[in-house]
Write a protein that binds this ligand. Structure first.
Ligand code: NAD
Ligand code: FES
Length: 279
């Protein structure tokens, strides 16, 4: 349904923004792990975005996106007061959350925003939440303050060493798992290479590992097959069977190939849009 943007905050200028949407029906039902599909115009493609936060009382949801392709670049042209043509959700399965002890929630780049909602769900139920977040540099690190409100510990890395540990999130995770035998689950949201590396880091420790996958989606309701992924040798549809899966069973190589399949067409479509809008 048509959905108004109540507030827009640029997190990384020209690249990543946070939108607060007036979506009471979605806010009432959405749980950590759910996503929405939005369309900027009637003929526009659907953009799947994991919900970063909800406020059921105020009837709002928060989404964060990386302006990368044509549709997200078009989304970036909207601001507070504008209406998104339609927002559909909540979609997918909610994160399985139970009170069991220490959970490590890993977020990389834009994925930190989606990880935030999952970590919040674990904190609400009373788990000890260790947040591990990483970005290429300090200015690209999202949601640090939002996470500090409820996580028990927050470990930070940057690839260039401009803030926190110099290196990757998986180095902090490895160190934590070597020292702490009480971790019952690791949850990871971020770029595919990061989620694959998290799964390889946790495998020798035998710790349950959940990843939130972001394959290409078209309808978001299990009809088109665009979002198919192989998990434990079986075909799954991320939109209706996921988006979260056992990281130790996901075929990440196939997921990477499928994500790259339309890169050329995406670049052409982006260029056409730029030319037609004088950008
Ligand atoms: P990025 O490439 O800048 O990486 C962010 C951090 O992830 C790095 O600083 C590093 O700590 C870690 N990382 C990356 N590659 C790694 C590797 N090979 N091994 C170990 N750690 C690694 O991230 P970005 O450019 O902001 O990309 C964000 C990605 O997250 C996008 O691809 C987007 O599609 C995805 N995303 C997914 C979801 C979801 O719900 N699954 C939500 C939002 C964003
Ligand atoms: Fe069409 Fe999942 S997006 S089946």
């Amino acid at each position: 349904m048509p959905t108004r943007i109540l507030h827009k905050e640029s997190l990384i200028p020209g690249k990543t923004s946070k939108l607060l949407l007036d979506a009471p029906q979605i806010a009432r039902k959405a749980q950590p792990g759910h996503f929405v599909m939005l369309r900027i115009s009637e003929t526009g493609e659907r953009i799947p975005l994991t919900i970063a936060d909800t406020d059921p009382e105020k009837g709002t949801i928060t989404i964060v996106y990386l302006a990368l392709g044509k549709s997200t670049t078009m989304l970036e042209t909207l601001g507070a007061g504008d209406v998104i043509h339609d927002v559909c959700g909540p979609l997918g399965h909610a994160t399985h959350i139970e009170k069991r002890g220490t959970v490590v929630c890993v977020g990389g780049g834009t994925g930190i925003a989606a990880m935030h909602h999952i970590a919040k769900g674990h904190a609400r139920i009373g788990n000890h939440v260790v947040g591990v977040i990483g970005a290429r540099s300090k200015d690209l690190l999202l949601f640090e303050q939002e996470l500090r409100v409820f996580v028990d510990e927050l470990l930070i890395s940057t690839d260039d060493g401009s803030y926190g540990h110099k290196g990757l999130v998986t180095e902090l995770l490895q160190d934590r798992l070597e020292k702490d035998k009480n971790v019952f689950e690791v949850v990871a949201v971020g770029p595919v290479p990061m989620m694959a590396a998290v799964a390889e880091t946790t495998r020798p420790f035998g710790v349950k590992t959940t990843v939130s996958l972001n394959p290409i989606m078209v309808d978001g309701i299990g009809m088109c097959g665009a979002c198919r992924v192989t998990v434990d040798g079986k075909t799954k549809f991320a939109c209706v069977d996921g988006p979260e899966f056992d990281g130790h069973a996901v075929d990440f190589a196939e997921l990477r190939r499928r994500l790259a399949a339309f890169r050329e067409q995406e670049a052409v479509s982006m260029e056409q849009w730029r030319v037609s809008h004088g950008n």
